[in-house]
Write a protein that binds this ligand. Structure first.
Ligand code: NAI
Ligand code: MG
Length: 497
């Protein structure tokens, strides 16, 4: 990979795109022109320019894909042993690694993210396939003791055809996070990537075929959420939906799923607190706060977007975070700057609107707050790393997900107040706790209403640790062995001997 990466970066920088990008839907193991013939453009947020065209799929394309996935459920895929399924998924992981440079450069062009982060996402996607590959032949049922005259046991059956609605912030990672456990459980897949970032999911489906997955097991239809996405989630041939995105669209998806009694997992983002106690390792806390909110330009569902800090260290910590934020360079993701662009011009203005309204309310903007361009080219959609200090609990910038590089600071005087502030939003995805006191850390982990709590390292964990939210962050869990259960249905068998 090392050898091809510089050449691909060079090609992307000099031509603004790459040769050989996918243009069709990937259905039934082949590239297919969309039924309606419509195409749309995807943009490079680092330049603000369109760099590729892709299929604007509609309900007809979705229907073809769902039929293909339904047929594939009962073919060679069904008769493959779990161990063989695992070997196939390991080959997908290997192919992701072989193609890592290309996947990462495409991800950077399409989403804007820094190349180092894109390479990390690709490595994570490969690890995800390896993890679930290993689980295929260990996903076993139970026997239930009913006494000598009975035999009772459970079987894990695949739920069937699974739909995956993928957002633009982690296009390949989120695709892998849903698709790998679905395949491990023996399901088939129709994925609909975000219209801002359609390319790497298509490339992943192609790699799945190359790895030996039968045609139709993994399909990707691109297009808008309103057309392709909505058609997919209301399709009666879908048995399970994994949705990652906004609360508003999540509500729509849940309603679309209801008439068909389609099961679903909703991952809807958050407003996650980083609770920093006076006795913490301050250097570590500063590093973690920076990563939690400025990685991927803050466009992370589990971003640590609220710093909930003890009054005694408030000024010191914020000063250090502000200094580090000011030192972050802005630039095109391919150049690995301190912080990359945000995903779209509409999103850029949404972020700017939050900060503008905060200013009008008299909130103290400690740093940042402005729309910027790439200093080298004068192009692209950038927002300065921003810190809003000393917010009140009901402030809009505390209650609503901004999904950009904007950190809100809240100050507490005692632990009860810290918990109240941490829990005082409609969301409950993750939380960070920074303290040297082991007991306090674990007591806080119990009291904070979130699906995951990180202690002394924000984003600690990985593919093996279950992930998902409480309250308006959604329900259901991804990652870990829990995800495998989402894509399985339990059948109980009880026999009189
Ligand atoms: P969105 O929720 O509308 O889009 C996410 C995905 O859903 C995309 O693939 C989109 O095409 C699809 N979609 C849209 N409408 C659909 C429908 N009716 N039926 C089925 N699929 C549909 O989010 P959007 O508008 O891109 O971003 C808005 C906000 O959502 C962001 O500012 C952020 O706060 C939040 N968000 C949260 C994410 C997370 O990781 N939890 C990821 C992306 C956005
Ligand atoms: Mg794009």
């Amino acid at each position: 990979m090392e050898s091809v990466l510089p050449g691909l970066v060079q090609e992307a920088q000099s031509t603004g795109t790459l040769r050989g990008l996918p243009t069709g839907n990937f259905i039934d193991g082949a590239w297919q022109v969309p039924v309606g013939g419509a195409m749309m453009e995807t943009f490079d947020p680092g330049t603000g320019l369109a760099f590729a065209r892709f299929a604007a799929g509609n309900a007809d394309d979705v229907d073809v894909a769902v039929r293909s996935a339904s047929a594939a459920l009962c073919g060679r895929w069904h008769s493959m042993s779990p161990a063989e399924r695992g070997r196939t998924l390991h080959r997908v992981a290997d192919l992701i690694r072989t193609n890592a440079a290309r996947l990462a450069v495409v991800e950077t062009l399409d989403s804007g993210k820094r190349l180092v982060e894109a390479l990390g996402d690709v490595a994570g996607a490969a690890n995800c396939f390896d993890y679930y590959a290993g689980a295929c032949d260990k996903h076993q049922g139970e026997t239930i003791p009913l006494g000598p005259d009975y035999l009772a046991y459970t079987l894990h059956e695949p739920v069937g055809v699974t739909a995956h609605i993928i957002p633009w912030n982690y296009p390949l990672s989120t695709a892998a996070r849903g698709i790998a456990p679905a395949l491990a459980a023996g399901c088939t897949v129709v994925a609909k990537p975000a219209e801002q970032t359609p390319l790497t999911a298509l490339m992943l489906a192609d790699l799945c075929l190359q790895a030996g997955l039968p045609p139709g097991v993994c399909n990707v239809v691109t297009g808008t959420g309103r057309e392709a996405g909505a058609a997919l989630v209301r399709h009666p041939g879908i048995h399970h939906i994994s949705f990652t995105g906004s609360v508003t669209t999540g509500v729509d998806v849940m309603q679309s799923a209801a008439p068909n009694i389609t099961r679903l997992v909703l991952e809807l983002g958050g407003k996650s607190p980083i609770v920093v106690l006076q006795d913490c390792d301050l250097d570590n806390a500063v590093d973690n706060v920076l990563g939690a909110i400025f990685e991927n330009a803050g466009q992370i569902c589990s971003a640590g977007s609220r710093l909930v800090v003890a009054r005694a260290i408030h000024e010191q910590l914020v000063e250090r975070v502000v200094a580090r934020a000011q030192a972050l360079t802005l630039g095109h993701g391919l150049r690995n700057p301190g912080i990359g662009p945000v995903s779209s011009v509409a999103h850029l203005h949404k972020i700017a609107g939050y900060v503008e309204r905060a200013r009008l309310r008299g909130v103290r903007v400690r740093t940042g707050g402005n729309i910027r361009r790439d200093p080298d080219t004068g192009q692209g959609w950038f927002f300065e790393p921003t810190v809003l200090d000393d917010l009140s609990p009901m402030d809009e910038a505390v209650q609503e997900e901004i999904f950009g590089p904007v950190l809100g600071v809240q100050v507490f005087d005692d632990l009860d107040e810290a918990v109240a502030l941490a829990n005082g939003t409609p969301f409950g995805l993750v939380a960070g706790v920074f303290t040297r006191d082991f007991s306090t850390a674990h007591r806080l982990a119990q009291r904070i209403d979130a699906g995951q709590v990180f202690i002394n390292e924000y984003f600690a964990g990985g593919i093996s640790v279950p992930f998902g939210g409480n309250k308006r962050s959604g329900f259901g869990r991804e990652k870990g062995l829990e995800a495998l259960r989402s894509y399985s249905r339990t059948k109980s068998v009880a026999a009189r001997l």
